[in-house]
Design a protein around this ligand. Structure first.
Ligand SMILES: [Zn+2]
Length: 365
């Protein structure tokens, strides 16, 4: 089976002016701000390259901390994957889907195949849900977003490096196969990779087409403890209930879904579980309700953990999960976990493409 599939685009983008603290006074309803403490556990091997340089063995990105060189997942990588989810399950523009958009412009091949409304947001006065959360860079202006994500850190003893592996070469760059990307003349949607039940696809012998990496291993050790775990923080401010719900869902997904991060996704790397350990919510309404509150110092914080947290997550994401949109149904299908047992994900070869140029993606062998 092909290693990726598409999440279909909704029928429109819902843009509105972003709510920032200046405009909150007098606004009815609640805005939310605070900090979400998250854990990330590797299920399969994961790999974030230390640098883009080509030759030689590639190592996992590290940071020096308390005298030790420790693996790190940069906040920008995490933000990328969380944002992709938020884009896919809301009425958002195509911000990160490089296949479709190039520097805020639709790629040449997609003109006429996609509603122009999906081109990346450009002005802060009209932003889609994903751009309101994570920001955008327009031609003349930019918006930083209302969510920031820290680097994911680990500690000595809480991660394990794997053996060197030589990744199976991917097919060289080629024009997007139109029966997959633009079936029936309409853009198929946003691309996501399936989770694999089989080990990563590697080869025994390196060549000029292969990449040799040292990943971190996933799964559990002989005592049942995760081999590789990270922690990171998500700080958010001035979110409407709808934006808050979208952020939480993009972090936790559903029980039957997992995120995929880093390199080697088509080859079976990158499956991780993200869990929310605690939410520390500041009473933003209190803070902005005049001078008397401001004098008393920082706004009070409420901590949510355990059962109260679980209930809160369930209730807060219900508007997305209770009646899944067609786009969410697609993402649930692609990111289903555990994946189908023994399913082998490979790109069809050139000969297959030559002979089956009109066959749709879901009809590949
Ligand atoms: Zn947008």
């Amino acid at each position: 089976m092909n290693p990726y599939d598409f999440v279909r685009l909704p029928d429109r983008v819902a843009r509105e002016r972003v709510i920032t603290h200046e405009s909150m006074l007098g606004r009815a309803g609640r805005v939310r701000g605070g900090r979400i403490r998250c854990g990330l556990t590797a299920i399969t091997p994961i790999f974030i390259p230390a640098n883009q340089a080509g030759a030689g063995v590639q190592h996992f990105m590290t940071v020096r901390y308390n005298g030790a060189e420790l693996p790190v997942i940069p906040g920008s990588s995490l933000k990328g994957v969380i944002r992709c989810v938020a884009e896919a399950v809301s009425l958002s523009c195509i911000g990160l889907s490089g296949e479709l958009i190039e520097r805020g412009q639709m790629r040449a091949g997609y003109h006429g195949a996609m509603n122009k409304d999906f081109v990346t947001c450009d002005v802060p006065a009209r932003l889609c849900p994903a751009c309101r959360l994570f920001g955008m860079v327009g031609r003349d202006s930019h918006f930083l977003g209302k969510v920031s994500i820290s680097d994911a850190r680990t500690q000595p003893g809480r991660f394990a490096r794997g053996d060197q592996m030589i990744l199976k070469p991917l097919m060289g760059p080629k024009p997007a196969h139109s029966a997959f990307y633009v079936p029936g003349g309409k853009v198929a949607g946003r691309k996501f990779y399936f989770h694999h039940s089989l080990p990563p696809k590697t080869v025994m012998q390196g060549s000029s087409y292969t990449k040799t990496i040292v990943p971190l291993v996933g799964g559990v050790d002989s005592e049942g403890n995760p081999r590789t775990m990270f922690e990171f923080d998500v700080v958010f401010s001035n979110l409407t209930e709808e934006e808050y719900s979208l952020l939480l869902f993009s972090l936790i997904l559903t029980e039957e879904m997992r995120h995929k991060i880093g390199g080697g996704k088509p080859l079976g790397l990158g499956t991780v579980r993200i869990e929310v350990a605690e939410i520390l919510e500041t009473d933003a309404n209190q803070r902005y309700r005049g001078l008397s509150a401001r004098k008393t110092g920082p706004a009070p914080c409420a901590s949510l953990v355990g059962d109260a947290l679980r209930t809160h997550l369930q209730v807060s994401t219900a508007r997305i999960t209770e009646s899944p949109s067609p786009s969410l149904e697609d993402l649930q299908y692609i990111w289903l976990y555990p994946p189908a047992d023994g399913e082998d994900y490979v790109y069809p070869d050139q000969e297959w493409f030559n002979q089956n140029s009109q066959v749709a993606l879901r009809d590949t062998p």
